[in-house]
Design a binder for this molecule. Structure first.
Ligand code: SF4
Length: 234
């Protein structure tokens, strides 16, 4: 086997080991946004850009009480939408995107969120991250790997990608993970990013996957595993 193929198969094995460990650590991990329908999940996911799910969950009960479906959201006065979503940040843009996406859903998709990636991507304010979340959690379809800020950061720290761009990171992860686990990976990595591998101060000493992470290995060089270090992307 060539050195490159050996390296990529050991990286795949390491990714699988990380996933198994994350499943054990976060057995009940699931999407933390509150919603009752695919349209509401789509809207909540649009609102979650640059905002915590916790904050979004504070805003959506009143938003969905007043405007529960695509038709009412598409017809909602823009100022009212802006006021309701203001605290999630970038509220003008988000309100505009929600209204336009819902109008298109009513006009072109019979009021229902489409279940195809290429159709979801036609909706205003919907990029692959949002489309992947909706496909996975509203329809049970793993169309790709959701790459948010946590997934991007952790995948880089774990040496599984060297890219900064979400689409390229997603492409790398899709090659490393079985399709059935694409959403599993994202959800659990998000949990780990929030709890342990934080943006500013990752708690490597307490990290339960440190033995599978090149950065964790550098912190405890006496336990260094050469496979972990050599399979990391540089
Ligand atoms: S060892 Fe450190 S950098 Fe690696 S995953 Fe754990 S917390 Fe993050």
């Amino acid at each position: 086997m060539s050195t490159n193929r050996k390296k990529s198969s050991s990286k795949k094995q390491r990714t699988h080991s990380i996933l198994v460990r994350l499943k054990r650590l976060y057995p009940d991990a699931t999407c933390s946004l509150t919603y009752s329908t695919p349209v509401q999940l789509l809207v909540a996911t649009i609102l979650s850009a640059q905002c915590t799910d916790e904050r979004v969950n504070k805003v959506t009960p009143e938003l969905f009480r007043q405007f529960p479906d695509a038709e009412s959201l598409g017809n909602a006065p823009i100022e009212e939408l802006e006021n309701l979503v203001r605290s999630t940040g970038f509220y003008r843009n988000k309100a505009k995107n929600i209204k336009a996406a819902c109008q298109k859903i009513v006009k072109d998709f019979d009021g229902k969120v489409p279940q195809k990636m290429e159709e979801l991507l036609q909706l205003r304010g919907v990029a692959r991250k949002t489309a992947n979340v909706v496909m996975a959690h509203a329809f049970g379809i793993n169309a790709g790997v959701t790459v948010d800020t946590h997934v991007g950061r952790l995948s880089q720290r774990l040496g599984l990608t060297k890219h900064e761009d979400a689409v390229r990171i997603e492409r790398d992860l899709m090659k490393l993970l079985p399709q059935a686990d694409w959403e599993n990976w994202s959800i659990r990595l998000i949990y780990h990013g929030r709890a342990v591998c934080k943006a500013r101060n990752p708690a490597c000493e307490e990290c339960e996957i440190a033995d599978l992470c090149p950065i964790g290995q550098q912190i405890s060089p006496q336990n260094a595993n050469i496979d972990v270090i050599s399979s990391a992307v540089r």
